[in-house]
Design a protein. Structure first.
Length: 475
């Protein structure tokens, strides 16, 4: 089974979001399961090759925007998973990522490589990821290439609408593109919509989200198209790399701990109760919070996305409680400037109880996971979410909105807490319920922590489900 995994970011070479993590770990799980999988991605100017040995395996040219463009293909092995990775280099279009100029060119380049068999290896399946690969299925059909296509949608909200002139640049006949009436008026082509329509199979990153996107509420304007594809849409929950980053090699955590005290590769791990206590003290001191082991610490780690991440209801809850805080909260993230300013106000006026850190800092994130008792994930919608999985690996109990992948990974009152209605009142009620348990029923709370610690979010199960879909495609 030969699979080419097409994606715009791959950790640790280049990463802006969770897709980079998935592009590292899912192919790694699949290759361990016997799939002949390889990754192809742009070779950006900022690509971090490190000490990886790389070699140029081909150079070719094709017509784009009425001019011949030269592309180099470089190959290397992924440093952690040993999956073969191909990087496409072109100074004009692939040095940096811009929607219109990068993705149209990248999609066309991938098709040219397949037509000419420049990899000396012919995939049976193209596993495409998000809008960046959206025009590849259409081109596969137009060129009648003998390859199946699977499109994985990581977030339906990001669709990649671009000027229709990109079709001319790519040499695509406008008549074969399913442009809807409102897009003709605005002269746009929707990359993700084209990918959905022309792919053989569409997957999303959790079973619940696969049902939610068929509704008007969560369908992002594409629900009618998706409803027409029922039977070809599948939901597979994402996983996380336990061994690679969050356990043996994670030296960000001051006092490493596990379910019980043990020694792993010569490194001592405390039991989780002692580890949490010491890491909480370290975190409180580091961030200037009041040092007190008897006060619960909540955290929020994520993008400041006003349309998705629940910043509004969390802010309203904190505003109601700010003058009589019965817990501390640590916030880490950046994004929407208006919301950054609103949250920084809390940190300024209540520094002993609220710490707001407006940046991306993976080392600090792990210290926050280790030192917190709870993590808030109040997202309006969440296709999958990795934050709650990582938190549970640290025994940090999630309090989350009952939606998407949060519903699929958190069992209410077992390894976390869920609230149904998207409102600050529902969030606060669930927070108070969790805090009451933390204060007054340690035995039951400790059981929830231990259930979280042993929850299995490795890629093994998900990889088997992808393999099953690959087999379905080839049959």
């Amino acid at each position: 089974m030969k699979v080419l995994f097409v994606v715009w970011e791959v950790d640790p070479f280049f990463k802006l979001g969770g897709l980079g993590d998935i592009a590292r770990s899912l192919p790694g799980a699949l290759i361990n399961s016997g799939v002949d999988i390889r990754v192809i991605t742009p070779y950006y100017k900022v690509e971090k090759m490190g000490r990886n040995k790389k070699q140029k395996i081909a150079t070719f040219s094709f017509l784009y925007a009425r001019r011949k463009q030269k592309v180099e293909i470089w190959e290397t092995l992924h440093p952690f998973t040993k999956v073969p990775c191909y990087f496409l280099k072109n100074k004009k279009y692939l040095d940096k990522a811009t929607l219109t100029e990068t993705w149209g060119f990248f999609d066309k380049a991938v098709i040219e490589i397949l037509k000419r068999n420049l990899l000396n290896w012919e995939p049976e399946i193209l596993h495409l990821n998000d809008r960046h690969c959206g025009l590849i299925p259409l081109l596969v059909k137009a060129e009648k290439l003998p390859v199946k296509t699977m499109m994985t949608i990581h977030n339906l909200a990001y669709q990649g609408k671009s000027p229709i002139s990109i079709l001319t640049d790519m040499g695509i006949d406008h008549s074969i593109v399913k442009i809807t009436k409102w897009e003709i008026k605005s002269h746009q082509v929707n990359f993700l919509m084209e990918g959905i329509i022309h792919s053989d199979i569409v997957t999303v990153v959790s079973p619940t989200y696969s049902k939610e996107i068929l509704t008007e509420e969560f369908g992002q304007g594409l629900n009618e198209i998706l409803v027409g594809m029922e039977g070809r849409i599948f939901g597979i929950l994402n996983g996380i790399d336990i061994d690679w980053r969050y356990n043996k090699l994670d030296h960000s955590v001051k006092f490493p701990y596990n379910l019980s005290e043990k020694i792993v590769d010569g490194r001592k791990y405390l039991n989780w109760k002692d580890g949490k206590k010491l890491n909480k003290h370290f975190l409180q001191k580091k961030l200037g919070l009041k040092i007190d082991e008897n006060i619960p610490v909540l955290c929020f780690i994520g993008r400041f996305d006003a349309r998705q991440k629940g910043l509004d209801i969390m802010h309203t809850m904190l505003r109601r409680n700010a003058d009589n805080m019965k817990y501390q909260i640590v916030i880490l993230g950046s994004g929407d400037k208006d919301w950054e300013e609103r949250y920084m106000w809390f940190s300024t006026f209540y520094p002993k109880y609220i710490s707001c850190n407006l940046k991306f800092d993976e080392s600090l994130a792990h210290q926050i996971y280790a030192g917190s008792d709870f993590i808030l994930v109040p997202s309006l919608y969440e296709p999958c979410g990795l934050i709650q999985m990582i938190a549970m690996l640290f025994g940090t109990v999630p309090i989350a909105h009952d939606t998407g992948g949060l519903s699929d990974s958190i069992k209410d009152n077992f390894n976390g807490f869920l609230f149904e209605k998207y409102s600050s009142e529902a969030l606060e009620k669930t927070v108070n319920k969790a805090l009451d348990l933390w204060r007054n029923d340690k035995e039951r709370f400790n059981k929830i922590v231990e259930n979280a610690l042993i929850s299995d979010f490795t890629w093994n199960k998900s990889a088997k489900e992808y393999i099953s879909l690959y087999e379905k495609l080839l049959s």
